[in-house]
Design a protein around this ligand. Sequence first.
Ligand SMILES: NC(=O)c1ccc[n+]([C@@H]2O[C@H](COP(=O)([O-])OP(=O)(O)OC[C@H]3O[C@@H](n4cnc5c(N)ncnc54)[C@H](O)[C@@H]3O)[C@@H](O)[C@H]2O)c1
Length: 323
Amino acid sequence: MTVKIGLIGAGGIAQSHINALKKVEQAKIVTVFDLNTEGAQKTAAALGARVTESADALLNPEEIDAVFICVPQFARGDLEEIAAKRGIHVFVEKPLGLELESVGRKEQAIREGGILTSVGYVLRYYDTVQQAKQYLQDKTVHLIQAFRIGGSHPAPWWKQQHMSNGNLGDAVTHQVDMIRYLVGEYKEVTAQFGRNTIKTQNPEATIPDAGAVTFSMESGAVGTITESCISTYHSGSEIKIIGPNFFLQLTGNGKTLTIIDDQQNITITSKQDPVYEQDKAFVEAVAAGSGEAILCGYADGMRTLAFTLAAYKAAEERDTVTI
Ligand SMILES: NC(=O)c1ccc[n+]([C@@H]2O[C@H](COP(=O)([O-])OP(=O)(O)OC[C@H]3O[C@@H](n4cnc5c(N)ncnc54)[C@H](O)[C@@H]3O)[C@@H](O)[C@H]2O)c1
């Protein structure tokens, strides 16, 4: 079966999906919509696809089996709900939104519509992350130490807190998600965010330039995540997961895994393209009518969003927030 796909948003991440989907045998992008008509036309022409006049017109079940929603989180409106009501399967980029009310409504519509969903927590698809997950299954973790430090997304929307939810909400959400994926659910969070440099460097920006988040997990483990989006001379990401009888570390957004215990001291770097693995899993799931190979569905992605929102609330209220 060929899975006919509509693409909403033809910006940076959409181009990564286009490159990945070209290699997925069953996938065919047939329609494209972007507010930037020129960008949509250029993308569609390269694919032999058609540009639709609106996002609503693209969500036509007569023409597509699945939609890839690749517009930023502030620009999604009720696209997921419309798709669910029309029986169109949904791939949607992370993060799922900026608040929980509309995302919860969408999650309900998705459940009622019985469609398949996949959320772009793409790092879950690395074989190294899968290996880490398997290794941790019977381990007791007591400490998690994570960071993601680097530059910022070039688009103006990204530097507006009400459009992106900042670095923690948009980029570090991958680390937030990976900790959940590997160690289980968060319980409580406290946090502080700074604007020490960004307020003079970029007075238009409303996002923090750094954050320090402390959390506990339902398992009893505790941990920290620190982040910066304006670091010029140092960048990288790391999650260290520590137990009394092992040490596990993921660096490079999960690409490289180190495990040290009594039996081993190994470091493995993945050769996989996780975007390809993620998109292939979704397309094949749609073709087969079964979502088993999808590693993050909508309800799961919503819990990752809940953590980010709780961290910002904790910082604002200078209090501990229960997730
Ligand atoms: N999974 C990942 O690793 C990953 C990586 C990068 C971006 N993302 C996510 O993908 C989303 C898009 O990011 P990006 O980097 O492609 O941004 P971008 O700014 O490069 O592109 C956004 C595109 O959306 C279009 N657009 C904006 N509002 C629209 C609307 N209302 N209707 C139709 N089109 C609209 C813009 O014209 C632009 O072409 C964000 O949610 C981001 O967090 C995920």
